[in-house]
Design a protein around this ligand. Structure first.
Ligand code: CO
Length: 136
């Protein structure tokens, strides 16, 4: 079961300019910054209520977010729903015929467990399932 919207992911070309908007103007607290090599991004998390905004800047043009920017330009990239058991949800959705990007969970930002669903099965909304790490 999807518990809450954990975060929205926003693809940006200039991470510091985006931080100035979200942290400066919107006054969200920046709580984490990390290079996630496996996903080819430098990312930050900002708190907004119980949820987060995740700003994603590509490490290179030949990364998923780099290609997204090339195709669509900056903007909303994905929505992430909080679940208790990413692995179990991936199994359940696959059994329902969903196309998955991740067949099994992998480690996401801030030690979370994540799995991405394929947009072809989600009405073309790139969808992430996430279980935050202990304490987050
Ligand atoms: Co995300």
């Amino acid at each position: 079961m999807f518990g809450a919207i954990d975060h929205i992911g926003v693809a940006v070309e200039d991470l510091d300019a985006a931080i100035a908007l979200y942290e400066g103007t919107y006054q969200m607290e920046l709580v984490h910054r990390e290079v996630v090599e496996e996903q080819g991004v430098e990312a930050v998390l900002l708190d907004v209520g119980e949820s987060h905004v995740e700003l994603l800047a590509p490490l290179g043009a030949d990364t998923p977010v780099g290609k997204f920017l090339e195709r669509k330009g900056p903007g909303l990239h994905h929505v992430a729903y909080r679940v208790d058991d990413v692995a179990g949800e991936l199994v359940r959705l696959k059994a329902e015929g969903f196309r998955l990007i991740d067949e099994t969970p992998r480690i996401g930002i801030r030690g979370s467990s994540v799995g991405f669903l394929h947009p072809a099965s989600t009405g073309f909304v790139l969808t992430e399932l996430v279980t935050p790490a202990e304490g987050h």
